[in-house]
Ligand binder design. Structure first.
Ligand SMILES: NC(=O)c1ccc[n+]([C@@H]2O[C@H](COP(=O)([O-])OP(=O)(O)OC[C@H]3O[C@@H](n4cnc5c(N)ncnc54)[C@H](OP(=O)(O)O)[C@@H]3O)[C@@H](O)[C@H]2O)c1
Length: 181
C-alpha cells in the first residue's frame, strides 16, 4: 500500500508556527480580501485523514467556528480521556509509539495523512516519517514561540517540487523527501 505523510503549515520567516503567547493571529498579517486559501482545499482533496497533536486540537476547538474538517482526525494524546459528544464520529484519540499509531490508522484504510502540530511533526521527523512538506512563509519575524523544527538525529534530503507566491507577499514551497528505494 502506497502511503504518504504530509505537512501543510504556515511559519514565520524565523520558523515559528505560533508566537511567544501561543497565538497564530499573525498568520493574517497580509490582507487577504479574496480569501485565497493558498492551496489548502486542493491539498485536502489528496488527504484521507489527519493526525494532530493534542495542543493543535485544542487550538482548533477554541476557534468560534463549526468543526472545520471533513476527514477523520486522529488526535495524539496521553492526557485526553475523551472528546465531546458532537465530535465522537469525527475525532479519535490515539496514543502509543508512532509505529503503532500509524499501523492502526493505515489498518483502517487511510493512506495519505496530514500531520499537524509542532511537537507532533518533530516526533515524526525524528523517525524520518515526513514524506512531503508544504511550507507557507509569512513575511514576519516573531523572535520566539513554537518552532516547526527541532534537532534531528540525521540529515534528511528533500527536493523542491514547486514554489508559489500568494498575495504578492507570501511564498510557499513544496518539498518531497528524497528516498533511495
Ligand atoms: N502555523 C500553523 O500553520 C500551525 C499549524 C498547527 C498548529 N499551530 C500551532 O502550534 C501550537 C501547537 O503545537 P505544539 O508543538 O505546541 O503541540 P502539538 O504537536 O499540537 O501537540 C503536542 C501534544 O500532542 C500529544 N502527543 C502524543 N503523542 C505525541 C507524540 N508522539 N509526539 C508529539 N506529541 C504527542 C501530547 O499531548 P498530551 O500532553 O495530551 O499527551 C503533546 O503534548 C498551537 O499554538 C497551534 O496553534 C500552528
Amino acid at each position: 500500500m502506497k502511503t504518504k505523510n504530509s505537512v501543510f503549515i504556515a511559519t514565520s520567516i524565523d520558523g515559528y508556527i505560533s508566537d511567544k503567547n501561543g497565538k497564530i493571529d499573525w498568520l493574517n498579517t497580509i490582507p487577504n480580501p479574496s480569501n485565497d486559501d493558498m492551496g489548502y482545499n486542493e491539498f485536502m482533496i489528496g488527504i484521507d485523514a489527519l493526525v494532530m497533536g493534542r495542543k493543535t486540537f485544542e487550538t482548533v476547538c477554541s476557534f468560534d467556528v463549526d468543526w472545520p474538517y471533513e476527514k477523520p482526525v486522529f488526535v495524539l494524546s496521553n492526557s485526553l480521556q475523551e472528546v465531546e459528544e458532537e465530535l465522537k464520529d469525527k475525532v479519535f484519540l490515539i496514543h502509543g509509539s508512532l509505529k503503532e499509531v500509524l499501523h492502526q490508522i493505515r489498518k483502517k484504510g487511510f493512506k495519505n495523512l496530514y500531520i499537524d502540530g509542532g511537537a507532533t511533526i518533530q516526533s515524526f521527523l525524528k523517525e524520518d516519517l515526513i514524506d512531503e512538506f508544504v511550507i507557507t512563509t509569512i513575511p514576519i519575524l516573531l523572535g520566539g514561540g513554537t518552532s516547526l523544527f527541532s534537532e534531528l538525529p540525521k540529515k534528511m534530503e528533500y527536493e523542491l517540487v514547486n514554489t508559489k507566491q500568494y498575495l504578492n507577499a507570501i511564498s510557499q514551497n513544496r518539498f518531497r523527501r528524497k528516498r533511495i528505494n
